[in-house]
Design a protein around this ligand. Structure first.
Ligand SMILES: Cc1cc2nc3c(=O)[nH]c(=O)nc-3n(C[C@H](O)[C@H](O)[C@H](O)COP(=O)(O)O)c2cc1C
Length: 136
């Protein structure tokens, strides 16, 4: 059993990583493998909306210049995915958004690569922006 945690902060050892480690300790104490993937300090461009991932059906994004395709496979291999992000202006940082847009598009265009996995998310913030707004 393995959980892959995503650190969406530019800081490798900041508050987001600290919060991930708190969860990670509980998991490892329960015999679950825990790995952190730090993407928040990477140059990750946004989705080009070319839909090639759906046309090619090869579990790949055609954009080059980052390791998105390797990260897709790491997420696919994990049993659980924990998304960790700081709050930037009541949202997630642009890098994290670019990462998630492409990760999810490749997944959903290829039959749902993360189906049946356990998912969870945490955020680190200074003041406000953690509340989830649900519309009916
Ligand atoms: C550009 C920017 C925007 C931010 N916007 C918010 C915000 O809207 N609300 C908030 O509470 N904190 C905000 N913060 C503070 C961070 O969310 C907070 O310091 C967080 O703990 C940083 O996590 P890290 O140490 O993992 O990078 C912002 C920080 C930055 C750099």
């Amino acid at each position: 059993m393995k959980v892959l945690a995503i650190n969406g902060s530019p800081h490798e050892s900041g508050n987001t990583r600290h919060a991930l480690n708190v969860v990670g300790k509980e998991l490892t104490d329960s015999g679950i493998e825990f790995e952190v993937l730090h993407i928040g300090n990477k140059m990750i461009r946004g989705c080009a909306a070319c839909s090639s991932c759906g046309k090619n059906r090869d579990e790949k994004c055609v954009l080059t210049g980052d390791d998105l395709n390797r990260w897709v496979q790491r997420a696919k291999e994990a049993d659980g995915i924990l998304l960790g992000s700081p709050v930037y202006f009541a949202g997630i940082p642009g890098t994290m958004k670019s990462f998630l847009d492409r990760l999810f598009y490749v997944s959903s265009s290829n039959g749902g690569l993360f189906r049946q996995k356990v998912g969870a998310a945490l955020v680190a913030l200074r003041r406000s922006g953690a509340r989830q707004h649900l519309t009916p």
